[in-house]
Design a protein around this ligand. Structure first.
Ligand code: PMV
Length: 349
């Protein structure tokens, strides 16, 4: 019997109960790449994202005696030392705030490939802070939870919100204002997303390592920082106007600019494989045929095709047929991280 199961059957009153939270990954339409403070995990640029619906991280957490160590299991494996360190950092914050000395046993599961450029860290940390808030009874605002999720992973700050969200670069040294805020609800512009899986394996260079390498070695890093706000403003205007073409134009530009920046690091960071490039051409071919679709790609080989409402079926069929694509995942826009009723979730064995 694992730690969580053992604790889940122990009744300790409200704070000792098993809590469950779920969060969805988000994908950036205007990309975040680069940190202004590595230790505090503060972004060097703002970003704009959409939160997905069908891909989900489910996190179960129970409080345990202070003498027990914080425990963390991810997709059935023990967390790495650095993942455990981040859990402890976050749990310590909630312990200080609530005056509790109880530790936590956490299990977290994704229904999609972990660490392959599908933002599993985003949904993971968004679900984790939501579960911690519920377990310790701290009732923090979404904005505050967003700042805490950011300590785990920069993109996680955005998964606190559904639909369209904006991440703010912030000014303060402690990162209090480096938070995400909502831009537009998921129902207000129900875009569809098709993810073309070009590799199932974990990415070779983590985003943190890649960002620091880029900051230290790319001759274009300063221009990247200086041009980001324009892209954010264009994207926000396009979202407000529901202008698909304008949004697609600036999103592909931001994506290719980020990958151009990565390529200009020394040594260059190449996250794509042959299927990624074939998918880019396929998306552009569809667009010349009049299909409303654009692409974006993160720190991994998967291409995410963003489709106007009603065009997902066609785009999924076309991308499934691209050489090197093993399968496609479908999503609409989803809600922000939230705690869910444990009774409606299966208890892990
Ligand atoms: O926050 P991280 O470490 O998952 O970095 C995210 C980096 C990109 O996915 C490439 C871009 C983004 O804004 O999500």
């Amino acid at each position: 019997m694992n730690t969580l199961t053992r604790n889940s059957v122990r009744t300790r009153g409200q704070t000792g109960a098993l809590v469950c939270a779920e969060a969805h990954p988000n994908i950036a339409l205007i990309k975040y790449w680069g940190k202004r403070d590595l230790a505090r995990n503060l972004p060097a640029v703002g970003s704009v994202s959409i939160t997905l619906d069908t891909l989900v991280t489910t996190t179960r957490l129970s409080l345990q005696e202070a003498k027990d160590q914080d425990g963390f299991e991810l997709n059935g494996r023990r967390a790495t030392d650095s993942e455990l360190e981040k859990l402890k950092l976050l749990a310590d914050y909630f312990r200080r705030l609530s005056g509790s000395d109880q530790t936590v046993a956490v299990t977290s599961e994704n229904n999609f490939p972990t660490a392959a450029g599908l933002a599993s860290s985003a949904s993971g940390y968004a679900a984790l802070v939501t579960a911690l808030d519920k377990a310790y009874g701290t009732r923090l605002s979404r904005e505050r939870l967003s700042a805490l999720a950011r300590m785990g992973s920069g993109s996680a700050a955005r998964s606190l919100f559904g639909g369209f969200a904006q991440m703010h670069v912030g000014q303060s040294a402690d990162g209090e204002d480096a938070i995400a805020t909502p831009l537009l609800g998921k129902e207000e512009w129900p875009l569809e997303v098709v993810v073309a899986i070009a590799s199932e394996s974990a990415k070779s260079v983590s985003s943190t390592v890649g960002m620091e390498a880029t900051r230290n070695t790319s001759p274009f890093y300063q221009q990247w920082l200086e041009t980001q706000n324009d892209d954010i403003e264009r994207a926000i205007a396009a979202i407000k106007d529901r202008d698909f073409t304008a949004l697609g134009t600036v999103a592909e530009y931001s994506c290719l600019k980020m990958h151009g920046l990565m390529l200009s690091a020394q040594p260059g960071l190449v996250y794509w494989n042959h299927a990624t490039i074939a998918c880019i051409h396929e998306v552009r071919a569809m667009r010349t045929e009049g299909v409303d679709v654009f692409f974006t790609i993160d720190a991994g080989p998967q291409l995410k095709a963003v489709c106007a409402p009603g065009t997902g079926d066609l785009v999924a069929a076309r991308l499934s047929a691209v050489d090197g694509v093993s399968r496609v995942l479908r999503a609409g826009l989803g809600h922000g991280a939230r705690s869910v009723d444990v009774a409606h979730k299966n208890t892990p064995g």
